[in-house]
Every structure is written in C-alpha cells, then in structure tokens.
Design a protein around this ligand. Structure first.
Ligand code: NAI
Ligand code: ISE
Length: 336
C-alpha cells in the first residue's frame, strides 16, 4: 500500500520533506499540498510533486479522502491548529518543531491525543535520529559514567530580520532542549539566561549571542551557547562530562586537507545538510508507523515538555540571570 501524504507549509523544510518522501523514501507519495502563500505550493508541486493537488484550505486537505497522513511544516504558531485537526480526523501527523509555541497549546494536543486513545503525533526532533547523537548516547551509557555537566553550542551563520530574541529559544534552542533531555534521560528543573556583549551583526530586535544554563533533576548542569549570527558556519557542538570521562559529538564528515601550512576541514553552512540523514530516518520512522495508523519517535509529550522548558527559558531571558523553575506534571500513561 502506498501511503498518501498531505503537506501543509511548503517553504524550506516542507519542500525538502516532500522531496524526501517522493524521491528518497519508499512507501509513500505526497498527494496534497497547502501553503498560505500559494506560489510556494506551486513551486513545491513543480519541483517535487507534480501529481499532488494544491488545496487553498488546509482543513480540507486534512479531511480529504486522498490524504492518509499529514505533515505540518508551516510556521510554528500555526502548528497547534493543524495538529489538533489531524488528531480530530484520526490521521497520523508529523509536526515540525515546535509542536506549539506555548505550553498550553502543546498540552491541548497531548489531551486530544489521549482522548483519541493512541499515538497519532510525531514531533520533528530529528536529532534523536542523528548517528552522532545516537553514538553519543551510547558513550554516555558505556564510557563517561554518570554525567555531571554538558557544554553545548548551537550556531547559525545568520538569521533574517523576523528572527527576534525569544525565537532563539522556541526556534533554535528547542533542539537542544529535546535532545539533551533524551541523551541524559533526565528532566529539567530550572533555567537561567545570560547575555554577553551583543554581536554587531545582530539586528535591533535580537540579543545575540545568549547562554542558557539548565539544571536537571539529576543535578546535571548544562550550558548552551546560542549564536545565530556567528557568520562562519552552521555549527552544532555537544560535550558530555561524566564521572569517568568525556564524550563529544562527532563533527560531520568532511575532507581534511593539509595545504599551504594549514590543516583544514570544511564547516557546513546550511542546517539542511548538517542533519540530512536524520531527516530521512525520522520520516522513514513516521511513514512506517503511519502505515499502521499510529505514530512513532518523539511524542506529543516530548513536544509538551520542550514547550514548558522553552517558556521557562523565555521567562529567564526576561529575568536576566535569575533562575526560573521548570515544573512538569506527571507523564500520562500513553507516553510511558
Ligand atoms: P519557511 O518560512 O521557509 O516555510 C514555512 C512555510 O509555511 C511558508 O511557505 C509559509 O508561507 C507557510 N505558512 C505559514 N503560515 C501558514 C499557514 N497558516 N498555513 C499554511 N502555510 C503557512 O520556514 P521553514 O524554515 O520551512 O520552517 C517551517 C517550520 O519547520 C518551522 O516550524 C521551523 O521551526 C521548522 N524547521 C525545522 C527544522 C529542523 O531542523 N527540524 C529546520 C527548519 C525549520
Ligand atoms: C531552524 O528552524 C532549525 O530548526 C535549525 O535546525 C536551527 O539551527 C535554526 O536555528 C532554526 O531557525
């Protein structure tokens, strides 16, 4: 059986996922596209899904009989509405991060899924599928001993004018919020944010860089540098310091050169290339589960925990150095 997929939001990642489903992965075809900017849906159709129909109404796409499962790839603040509609229609839904831009929004999705009685939502936290992070998790259980500290960095070469200070949390840090919790198998208890001197490349409405300090229930202290105008590349770093040793996320593959008295290794510039395998693996996992009418991988609960943590981090941005506590309710049995 070929699974029929509807994609809402056909910008950068919506187009890339459409390409992935139609040109890389097996078992599914994109049959329906929607974008508030129709020209983007037309570009996506022309380039990657000539047989797909373009819908002007995203809710009609979700209800359509020719759509078995939905990919939500529109802007973050629109995710909740579309995920809730997919759950109401009983259709498996892959939602790009963030699941919702507020903890209350994510909570509504968790409640809707619980009412549906089965998993229908996978959140696009693709780093859990990255071979480097998978190897790092193995090193934590086999080499480092119990973790004490984590030093991480999330650097983007540049961002647009519409990227403002809280987006460093909701849009960017959200990946570390999820993957570090998964790596450590621990939950966060507090957040603090520090602002070094501002980079002259950051525009007026963005304080960049920032350092977020998270503490976990197990007593691990995590520092994450977020620097989204670092200029030199797309650079993701992570080092776990444990009782018995240290483990580091491997660099992406690149040809090392020795020339002109320089030992060199290229640095990627685009997030699409840095995690290209993980995007393939996460979507393959989604398609496999969706063919059985359910969802796999990062859950709506993971999306909710990330949203609660992100809200605390944004509050911590405003509290400038003061700790903001992170309180989570008990995990529902659906996500045990
Ligand atoms: P983008 O701006 O390139 O594309 C978003 C598209 O959604 C645009 O074509 C826009 O017209 C459309 N859109 C906006 N509101 C809509 C609505 N109400 N209904 C239908 N379409 C709507 O943005 P990008 O970079 O593709 O990001 C999209 C989402 O994917 C964001 O949530 C972002 O955080 C996430 N993302 C995840 C990445 C990852 O590494 N997992 C990487 C990049 C983005
Ligand atoms: C973007 O939306 C992503 O998800 C990228 O992985 C991240 O590095 C970037 O900061 C976000 O804006």
């Amino acid at each position: 059986m070929t699974l029929k997929i509807g994609v809402i939001g056909t910008g950068a990642i919506g187009q890339d996922h459409t390409r992935r489903i139609n040109e890389v992965l097996a078992g599914a075809r994109v049959t329906a596209l929607n974008d508030v900017n129709r020209a983007n849906a037309e570009t996506c159709q022309r380039q990657y899904a000539p047989e797909a129909r373009i819908f002007d109404d995203p809710h009609a796409l979700i209800r359509d009989a020719d759509v078995d499962a939905v990919l939500v790839c529109s802007w973050g603040q629109t995710h909740e509405e579309y995920v809730l509609a997919a759950v109401a229609a009983g259709k498996p839904c892959f939602c790009e991060k963030p699941l919702a831009t507020t903890a209350e929004g994510a909570r509504r999705i968790v409640e809707a899924e619980q009412a549906a009685g089965k998993r229908l939502v996978q959140v696009g936290f693709m780093r859990r599928y990255d071979p480097g992070y998978v190897a790092l998790k193995k090193a934590v259980s086999e080499v480092t001993g119990a973790p004490l500290m984590v030093h991480a960095a999330h650097r983007n070469p540049r961002v647009g004018e519409n990227y403002v200070t809280p987006m460093a949390i909701h849009d960017t840090l959200i990946h570390e919020i999820d993957v570090l919790r998964w790596l450590l198998d621990d939950d966060y208890t507090s957040a603090r944010v520090f602002f070094p001197r501002k980079s002259p490349r950051a525009h007026e409405k963005l304080r960049d860089p920032q350092v977020v300090v998270l503490e976990t229930a197990g007593g691990v202290v995590i520092d994450v540098e977020i620097f989204v105008n670092c200029h030199y590349g797309y650079d993701i770093q992570c080092e776990i310091v444990g009782e018995d040793g240290i483990a580091r996320l491997p660099e992406p593959m690149g040809i090392q050169t020795r020339s002109g008295a320089v030992l060199g290794q290229p640095i990627l510039m685009d997030w699409k290339d840095r995690f290209i395998d993980s995007y393939d693996y996460e979507l393959a996992d989604f398609l496999k589960a969706a063919a059985q009418g359910t969802a796999a991988g990062p859950t709506a609960w993971d999306g909710y925990v990330a949203a609660v943590t992100a809200d605390a981090c944004v509050a911590a941005q405003e509290a400038e150095g003061q700790a903001v506590s992170i309180d989570l309710p008990a995990r529902p049995s659906l996500y045990a």
